[in-house]
Design a protein around this ligand. Sequence first.
Ligand SMILES: [Zn+2]
Length: 320
Amino acid sequence: MNLIEVVSKFRTETDCLDYLESVRWPSGLCCIKCGEMNVYKFTTNATTRQRTNKKGETRTVVVPSRRLYECKAPKCGYQFSATTGTVFHDSHLSLIKWFMAVGLIVKAKKGMSALQVARHLNMESSYKTVWYLCHRIRKAMKDGGLLTGIVEVDETYLTPKKPRKGKPYVKKEKRDVVLGMIERGGKLRLVPMGDSKMETIEPIMEEHISPDATLQTDESPVYVIIGKRRFPGRHRTINHSVSYGQGDIHTNTVENAFSLLKRGVYGTFHKVSIKHLGRYCEEFSFRFNRRESQKQLFDATLKGLAKESNLPFKTLIASK
Ligand SMILES: [Zn+2]
């Protein structure tokens, strides 16, 4: 789904609410408190309210009409809306702006900075709001489950080995490392790590790769040891000093994903802050895993946002 499609499909808040309803309750509306299927739908009328500020000045505020649901279970009677319990609920931004931001972020192959999103939404004066919005969208772009079949594993350094013009030399121990794991013809996972020691790599691989997978790596001793221990008889290696591929013995799939990630990190964000690198990596793999279908990518992100509890601003800026 490109931006024009997003804009034409979601013209009003009602369009967005309809869509959210279908994403949150694909098999029919039910109470979010007790699960009751008998739910009454109604719309409140738009009203005006008088508000007085500290100086004693009174102004009229318009409270827009809202679409609400009420549970009909005898002991429940809970009232809620399509946004209750989701990231959209306490947001001051309209759903249209949220949907447009999702459209922009999922469409950008190499990622999009908050500043670019702010420009597109005509919100350059509220950069902080947009920055926060982008981070919450990225948080919803998260994949789970174990990788199976032939899984290529390799690591990459995001800080270049050779210092770039005018940039100081960064020691290997200080460079940002990302572990890449990808199923042949399937899903990608990118996990940032503090270093590339075996004690660091092994638990990450254990968390993401099914124990019955076939491992494909280069001949680095770390992988040779892990391969023997966790994938006995199912570890294939390629010696990169001899060749980059012999038939289907190669790690080119994961290398391609790394080059895409690097183009994003260097080109779009210029310098990704270490504490947010994990979320950027998840965003990249989430997009990569749905690259065949823009619609699927948009739906999956919205689905993630609709179930995600809010990411408080304080938690975000404090997170390591
Ligand atoms: Zn209920």
